[in-house]
Design a protein around this ligand. Structure first.
Ligand code: PLP
Length: 221
């Protein structure tokens, strides 16, 4: 089915509290343009280089969201072009995003990626480490990172109950962080969870940002 039709179907299912991120990694510019022409403005990529390659060939009002692991040596090159970084998972990265954003007089919107899956491979903070970091450091005082919420990826499994349990845990982490550390920050409001296979569960568990690739653009090679 056509990309534009897929976008329309998805958008018609979303409650107003949920925004759609069209995950366009590996997809050619003409597919992205078709989604754009159907009204989609937020696109997610998991490699810095793909954002840098695609941005100049596409309309400038696209919001690029980085959803994949960010290496520290790529921070400087992507900061000018990225609207939100979902995959912030180390203290070092937070500090670097802050300093590189300050260097070009910007503030960068970020989400803290938290490990919720049972697989070892999915990156992210362990919740206790993150909580410790927020209570014992000056991270919350950094001027050029806006920490807007959390992001997580469920285990790759067909067990719907397990996926639901993991998303529910992420939403609990979000609420705990909000009440402990972000009480004075009304903009701490985002939970990025849900992909093509599990977005319905994610929405039921409180997602505000779903990251959908293959359901829009088809399977990747
Ligand atoms: C690829 C990717 C997605 C989208 O995956 P689909 O299953 O194709 O919807 C979402 N989030 C992250 C972090 C990804 O890398």
């Amino acid at each position: 089915m056509a990309v534009s039709e897929n976008i329309r179907i998805l958008l018609s299912q979303l409650p107003p509290s949920v925004r759609l991120i069209a995950v366009s990694k590996t997809m050619p510019v003409y597919d992205i343009l078709e989604a754009y022409n159907a009204g989609q403005r937020i696109f997610g990529e998991n490699r810095v280089q793909e954002i840098l390659n695609k941005k100049d060939q596409l309309p400038s009002d696209i919001e690029w969201h980085l959803i994949g692991h960010l290496q520290t040596n790529k921070v400087r090159s992507v900061i000018p072009y990225v609207r939100m970084i979902h995959s912030v998972d180390t203290e070092k990265l937070i500090r670097l995003i802050d300093s590189e954003s300050a260097r070009i007089m910007r503030k960068t919107d970020c989400l803290l990626q938290i490990h919720i899956a049972s697989e070892e491979t999915k990156s992210g903070f362990l919740f206790n480490d993150l909580s410790e970091l927020l209570s014992s450091s000056d991270i919350l005082k950094l001027k050029n990172v806006n920490i807007l919420g959390v992001m997580g990826m469920a285990t790759f499994t067909s067990d719907q109950d397990q996926i639901r349990e993991e998303f529910r845990r992420l939403a609990e982490y979000f609420r705990t962080l909000k009440s402990k550390y972000f009480n004075a920050h009304p903009y701490f409001s985002e939970i990025s969870m849900g992909m093509s296979g599990d977005y319905k569960i994610a929405i039921e568990e409180g997602s505000t940002l779903i990251r959908i690739g293959s359901l829009i653009f088809g399977e990747r090679n």
